[in-house]
Design a protein. Structure first.
Length: 760
């Protein structure tokens, strides 16, 4: 049921989000501090307020659930030992039932403010909240309760089934697509609005003053036209009358009037110059104040998004059988609204990646002498020039040997390149597209899109990301972001008689180089700076501009800018260095969205349109140019069809999957069970195995284990496609040696083909 009044919809949306967030945060706190009665009472007030708002607006379902939440919290408060009632976060604890109810209310709130169906059965939600959805004899249910339900376990299973779709943990979010997270409302103090209104009034006054200046300019123009007209008339009369007395008298009169008009003109010009100078200064000050005031209104604390993560971390850790504590610092650090919106998904990816890959299981941590509960620290702080986000964990850290092995296997870089890299450069390879160290590819992990998405989003915000790892001790990811997104301090350069802007935070230095300083190294033009080789390239070549005659000689010094993007350096040769200034960046239109090497445009003081270049893209373009020959060679080698062994006992499924694979360009060998598949493998050369799990004679897990017994098949990609979807099934698949685990229930050909493309 949707709220009819638009204003009330907006009010209820903001208020309910605050109540639900406070309830969620408080429940997470109570899980670790169940005896904190002050928090318990605060949650009761939140539930009571939410109930009152919902009932007033006629949203009875939300009011009913909020009332029952308040009732459960009251019961907990009245018990002598709330800690024993809350349990340990198990599915039948009051805490878990409260969390499910809050998830249901979130869906109902969305329905109330958007009109989109929530698909929430309030009866089942209420029944679970009252204890009906736990197993027979579970918490919150006595023998009498079991007798009154009448339908026993069948009804319990129905309720649990309904809630399995109602409450999906945040780890279950898709890694394929970013969410459309938007902060739609901002609370603003009235004093800020009063200041902006005062400045707007001053701006109006200044606008009127400048309009008066226009009248003064009109007066000057009229005076000039009159003077010019008289000059022409007198010249004509003087030429006709020659040297007569009348002509001399007329000439004297003209000179007299000219001197007077010249004096008037000088006075008007000086007055106008002084007035315009004052008005321009005032206008600049007002514009600056207004810009700062509006920017301040858009600033929100990082708590806005930090508060979204404790529940996600808790649910994902519990799902993987790990113990994780999330500590947030710097929640009061302010940042632009858009920056918070764009960083929500990257931070979610980083946290999930830390839990998936970085944090060890409790038993392993205990064996290593670490606390069984791991710590992930999420910190935000501001420097004079940047906003910094640090995400650190005390897990296993990065395995450099494993990263190098995967980088070569995936074609990210060659062994020669790896040999020349520093440890920090090797660690940075985890941000490469398609890179993943996950031992098992599932629907939410190991697809190599998480950290690539992070790097893309950070670069879109004109930021950089770097990684610092200590084997066995943990890993830290550090994100540096610009304080403002609308303006930038840039270096203006000239190429082919056109201006281009480069953000100065990526410019390490500018220098002059001579042609004899350039030498080839591994197929790239290179110079030496601070005893380090740096590849250089013409900016015109990177931008694919047409060649122009330069008139350069061997002795001509070239203007070169050294770009620093993370750990990478690149020398860019330009025609000239023009200026350094602050500019307002205009984003690219929806038609263009993303243009390689360009992050936006600006208008210079001269009125010229100037492209603002993207330094990250420039570095990528330079690498692409140098790798074009090797890439062409690789494509030629990959022109033959790869062969896939398809092992599936169902003829219908086998036919469908064979058709999908052959359409995608694979050569397919089929087998009807695991034993047949093993025999086919020994008699054919294949590039990958796609197998079902439940099969006669030899199942998929047994087939995988037997394949891994052979040394020559130790790196052969094995993909299990099955209907067994539990975490235990996936664990068994990983232990057997499978590289990927695709669920038939959510099967689509894109999942299979994209996984094959990554592994083969």
């Amino acid at each position: 049921m949707m709220i009819d009044d638009e204003e009330l919809r907006d009010v209820f949306k903001v208020a309910s989000e605050e109540h639900l967030q406070n309830l969620d945060d408080g429940l997470l706190h109570l899980e670790n501090h169940p005896d904190d009665l002050a928090v318990l009472e605060a949650l009761m007030r939140e539930a009571h307020s939410l109930k009152g708002d919902a009932n007033m607006l006629g949203i009875k379902d939300i009011g009913t659930l909020a009332h029952q939440i308040e009732h459960v919290l009251t019961q907990l408060k009245q018990q002598e030992n709330p800690a024993s009632s809350l349990g340990n976060g198990t599915t039948d604890s009051p805490y878990e039932r409260l969390a499910h109810a809050i998830a249901a209310i979130r869906k109902l709130v969305h329905e109330a403010v958007t009109g989109e169906p929530a698909r929430v059965d309030t009866f089942y939600a209420l029944a679970e909240l009252m204890g009906a959805s736990v197993g027979v004899g579970g918490a919150g249910e006595d023998e009498g309760d079991k007798g009154t339900r009448g339908q026993g376990d069948t009804e319990n299973e129905k309720i649990l089934s309904a809630f399995s779709t109602l409450h999906t943990p945040h780890s279950a979010l898709s890694t394929q697509h970013s969410s459309s997270y938007r902060i739609e409302t901002i609370r603003v103090g009235t004093r800020h609005l009063d200041t902006l209104m005062t400045q707007a009034g001053e701006l109006t006054v200044t606008k009127i003053r400048i309009a008066h200046r226009l009248g003064e300019i009109e007066a000057i123009a009229n005076l000039w036209e009159e003077w010019n007209r008289d000059l022409f008339t007198n010249r004509f009369a003087f030429s006709r009358e020659q040297q007569g007395d009348v002509a001399l008298q007329r000439l004297e009169t003209f000179h007299h009037h000219s001197e007077k008009r010249l004096e008037q003109l000088g006075h008007l010009v000086n007055t106008l110059r002084s007035s315009l100078s004052e008005d321009t200064t005032r206008l600049e000050q007002l514009s600056s104040d207004l810009e700062e005031g509006i920017r301040t209104l858009r600033l929100l604390p990082f708590a806005t998004i930090f508060n979204l993560f404790p529940r996600m971390v808790r649910d994902l850790a519990q799902q993987q059988g790990k113990l994780v504590e999330l500590i947030t610092e710097g929640k009061d650090t302010l940042a632009d609204k858009r920056l918070l919106e764009e960083m929500k998904d990257p931070l979610m990816h980083i946290l999930r990646n830390a839990i998936d890959h970085g944090i060890e299981p409790p038993q392993e941590r205990e064996r290593l002498g670490k606390p069984t509960t791991a710590t992930i620290r999420l910190k935000a702080y501001q420097t004079p020039t940047n906003i910094v986000l640090e995400i650190s964990d005390d897990g296993r850290g990065l395995d450099l040997d494993r990263i190098k092995q995967i980088a070569v296997k995936r074609g990210v870089c060659g062994e020669e390149e790896l040999a020349a890299m520093t440890p920090s450069q090797i660690q940075a390879l985890i941000f490469a597209p398609g890179f993943s160290t996950a031992p098992l590819v599932t629907e939410v992990s190991g697809r190599g899109v998480g950290l690539d998405v992070v790097k893309t989003n950070v670069e879109k915000l004109k930021g950089t990301i770097e990684v610092e790892s200590f084997p066995g001790l943990g890993c830290t990811l550090r994100v540096n972001l610009g304080i403002t997104l609308a303006t930038a301090h840039v270096l203006i350069v000239q190429v082919n008689q056109m201006p281009y802007a480069i953000p100065v935070e990526f410019v390490q230095t500018a220098c002059l180089i001579k042609s004899e300083e350039i030498f080839p190294l591994e197929g790239r033009d290179t110079i030496i700076r601070d005893s380090q080789p740096i590849s250089i390239v013409q900016l015109a070549d990177l931008l694919e501009l047409p060649p122009m005659p330069s008139g350069l000689t061997q002795e001509t010094a070239l203007s070169c800018i050294i770009l620093q993007v993370g750990q990478a350096q690149l020398g860019v040769v330009v025609d000239a260095l023009v200026d350094e200034q602050d500019v307002v960046i205009k984003p690219q239109s929806q038609l263009l969205k993303r243009v390689r090497n360009v992050s936006g445009a600006t208008i210079l003081g001269t009125g010229d349109v100037c492209m603002v270049l993207n330094p990250q893209d420039l570095v990528k373009s330079a690498r692409s140019r140098s790798q074009s020959i090797s890439s062409t060679h690789t494509r030629q080698l990959a022109s033959t069809k790869p062969t896939v062994l398809l092992v599936e006992d169902s003829i219908a499924t086998r036919t469908q999957e064979k058709r999908i694979l052959e359409t995608a360009g694979y050569q397919v060998i089929t087998a009807v069970d695991g034993l047949d598949g093993l025999n086919k493998l020994r008699s054919h050369t294949v590039d990958a195995v796609v197998s079902d799990v439940q099969m006669p004679n030899l199942d998929g897990l047994g087939l995988t284990a037997k394949i891994r017994q052979y040394q020559e098949y130790s790196e052969l990609p094995i993909i299990l496609v099955t209907s067994l979807a539990s975490d235990e099934d996936k664990r068994r698949g990983a232990e057997a040696g499978a590289n990927a685990y695709i669920i038939k229930g959510s099967f689509n050909q894109e999942a299979l083909l994209s996984t094959l493309k990554r592994l083969v």
